[in-house]
Design a protein around this ligand. Sequence first.
Ligand code: 13P
Ligand code: SF4
Length: 328
Amino acid sequence: MSDELSLLREEIGALKKKRNAIILAHNYQRDEVQAIADYTGDSLELSRTAATVDCDIIVFCGVHFMAESAAILSPDKIVLLPEAGATCPMAEMIEVDADRRVWRTFPGYAIQPSFVFPHDFTLKDIKKQYPGTPVVAYVNTTAEVKAESDICCTSANVVKVIESLPDEKVICIPDRNLSMWAQKSTKKQIIAWDGFCHVHDRVTRQDVLDARNKYPAAALMAHPECRLEVLELADYVTSTSGMLRFAKASPAKEFIVGTELGLMYRLKEDNPCKTFHPLRADMICPNMKKTTLKSIMNALSNMEKIIKVPAEIRIPAKMALDRMLDLK
Ligand code: 13P
Ligand code: SF4
């Protein structure tokens, strides 16, 4: 480790102590960020940790919607997002009202399940179209969208969340690929939105065939934000932490990893005798990579950027998150 990195680690350690702070890092963060985190995990694990961890300050190394969820779940703590510009483009693909809409056009995409709304609709429009139909919001959404939804889900529990509802029809927002994947595992009708993750949606069936050809002995894991054509060829489809568990438990010695490359850090740390190949070398989320040790140190010394959610949004958004977290 360079002198600069070890100095930064020392300074962060001292500031953490002084401020009674805890560092949470998503599995996609830079290696050096994951290395100093108190807790790493997928979206679901980090939400659970944020809701229960004992500290005054949470430094959330991830993207905006994750820090926002932590602020919703822990209103008594200060939540810092070290890089204010670390956002998730998919979370911005659905807006509650027309005047806040930022994404308008999307490339065409062949979809199978139920129905997908075009993007000149808002969440309020879709709710009007299907009155009384519950809205399942992927955690990759803004606090405003969560506040207008009935329950949240993550990639780890989407089917469980849908099945927990008494209704035969559910609206799932905003990820079309996650919805299509869930549609395969439920008899309920899913009304999906046409959002996507640009990192996972770029992977094609041909990429899978090429990787299988190159590494014939490897087991292929894919995140449900990938296209259905990719998921149908995978050996295991799961969240980022699901992949960590699968790789550890599997007798396979070699894996093809169909998610953001930050996961390689923990995969390799946890399984030094196993080999991991990226499904595509460009599966890198630029927003997840914005946070550095320097930005964490600045966040803790300047107490920036504090993520706050106003009570009128926080309270209904917390209800949607709590309903998910309450599912056993
Ligand atoms: P996980 O919930 O699997 O951690 O995924 C979050 C995410 O942003 C995937 O792109
Ligand atoms: Fe959003 Fe995709 Fe980045 Fe996850 S990997 S934070 S879904 S852009």
